[in-house]
Design a binder for this molecule. Sequence first.
Ligand SMILES: *[C@@H]1O[C@H](CO)[C@@H](O)[C@H](O)[C@H]1NC(C)=O
Ligand SMILES: *[C@@H]1O[C@H](CO)[C@@H](O)[C@H](O)[C@H]1NC(C)=O
Ligand SMILES: *[C@@H]1O[C@H](CO)[C@@H](O)[C@H](O)[C@H]1NC(C)=O
Length: 509
Amino acid sequence: MQVGDAEFREVEKHKISPKIVTSTIPAHSVFIFLLTVVLTALVVELLPPNCTYWDWATNEFILPESVPTYAVYGKSPNEEHLLHVAKVLQRLGYKRVALQNEWDLLWAHDYPFFKMTNRLKDLTNQQIVNHVPGCGFITNKVDLSTNELTFLPKAFRLPSQREDFLNYAQKSPNALFVQKHNEHRHILIRPVKDINLQSSDTFVQEFVQKPFLVDGYKFDIGVYVIVTGIDPLRLYIYTGDVLFRYCSVKYYPFNASNIDSYVVGDDYLPTWQVPSLVKYYEHLDGNMRDSFDAYVRDQYSDPSIIWLQVEGIIRETVLAKEQQIAGILRSYKNLNFFELMRFDFIIDEDLRVYLMEANMSPNLSSGHFKPNALLYEQILYSAFSLVGVSSLVRGTLSERSHDVQEMITSAKNVATNLNICTKHGCNRFCNSDYCNLCLPCLTGSEYEILKRTHREHLHRASMKRVFPKPILNPENFDIEAEVQNMTKRNAWLTRWFYYKCLYDNSWCY
Ligand SMILES: *[C@@H]1O[C@H](CO)[C@@H](O)[C@H](O)[C@H]1NC(C)=O
Ligand SMILES: *[C@@H]1O[C@H](CO)[C@@H](O)[C@H](O)[C@H]1NC(C)=O
Ligand SMILES: *[C@@H]1O[C@H](CO)[C@@H](O)[C@H](O)[C@H]1NC(C)=O
């Protein structure tokens, strides 16, 4: 206290009695001084803002106010559908740059790997792209629909499976069929004789009759799905809400010529206009999924069986295509890719779920339905958090140095299963299979995968892990049976989650 007072008085004294400068200053010194000031100001002004400089006033280095950047790739000059992407990125501190510049994130609306092949094969460790090369195996309608998976309505590729189709149609006289094209959405139920069997890039699909209806309206549901890694697979779904789109015309009396009664168009009926859902969605502020679930319970049914099927279908679909995608990925150096898709489903009267399609770049425009803006921005927020585009740590992705990375996820967070590792001597030799999750035995890329997986788990926001599968009951979980049919790498990652889950059950799901 006393010392402080003394100091204070010292300072005051200086203020009160400044030294009086009596010597005269030559005019040219003043001129040189002024010139220096002006030149310094000019140089500081002209310097690019992104470099470190010494601030003479405070005697310290000023670090650049650098911001992370993103670029957009898309064929359409109209960017209305990217409005919410731009908004969310701006809020996360991102600045948009031209495609040819250096960027941290590439947001591509169209599949970018044909046009930008060389650049995307040569990503730096800090760059990330919102598509996975080869994801077309999932999102191509013909490829997907003509798979033999139980949850896909029966479909035939034209013209190659023409004979199979005609046989099937003959055996199932009550079946109805729609013809679909890869590129556009013209769908209409047609009699078999009116189907163009020669048309290429199309397929015929059996129409699911007796759909589950809400107030008489058929609907489809869109679940947002994100893939963050392939081989081993890391797959999540967005749980904050689900997009429900109702047909604008009642389904019965059924009339195959009235397409608006069974195909969801751009002008669909939103949840807030479906009479029985208004009270849940508007008055009680439920979301689309909760409003629907409440309606299903009102009909004395259990909606949870729908969501269990949905998760299973998403998992099976992506697993069925994983090895094909992995094949494409082999020619890429860095695997900083993620894929945000929307899987569209329909439900029949018995609450059986069918997968209709998977969309590669789901439309995130709220142009037509303003209330969807919140849904889209929340999805993006969760997705960016999960993949590390948004960060609580300031700076561009490349400035997040080793220490910063370690602060988020280090070897100690990744290590697991310590007793088994020592029992099999994995701290000395790695030849036992039991060692393949022990830290000294991991390859560099395996270690990176586990670090990324760990970081995703920490930042998953409203994303729920779908693969590796959540472990609901660790005590009764048979890990050997679980991994029995998996690829080696998927089994490896599934085990890692299992061991993490045994240590701490926040890792089970
Ligand atoms: C079926 O729908 C079409 C197109 O909306 C309409 O022209 C036709 O009259 C309808 N048929 C019946 C029987 O209602
Ligand atoms: C996206 O949706 C908006 C409004 O719902 C629509 O106007 C636009 O045409 C759609 N864009 C694409 C590329 O489908
Ligand atoms: C693995 O495959 C076998 C044979 O196809 C099957 O019986 C078994 O149920 C499968 N196990 C799992 C966990 O899917």
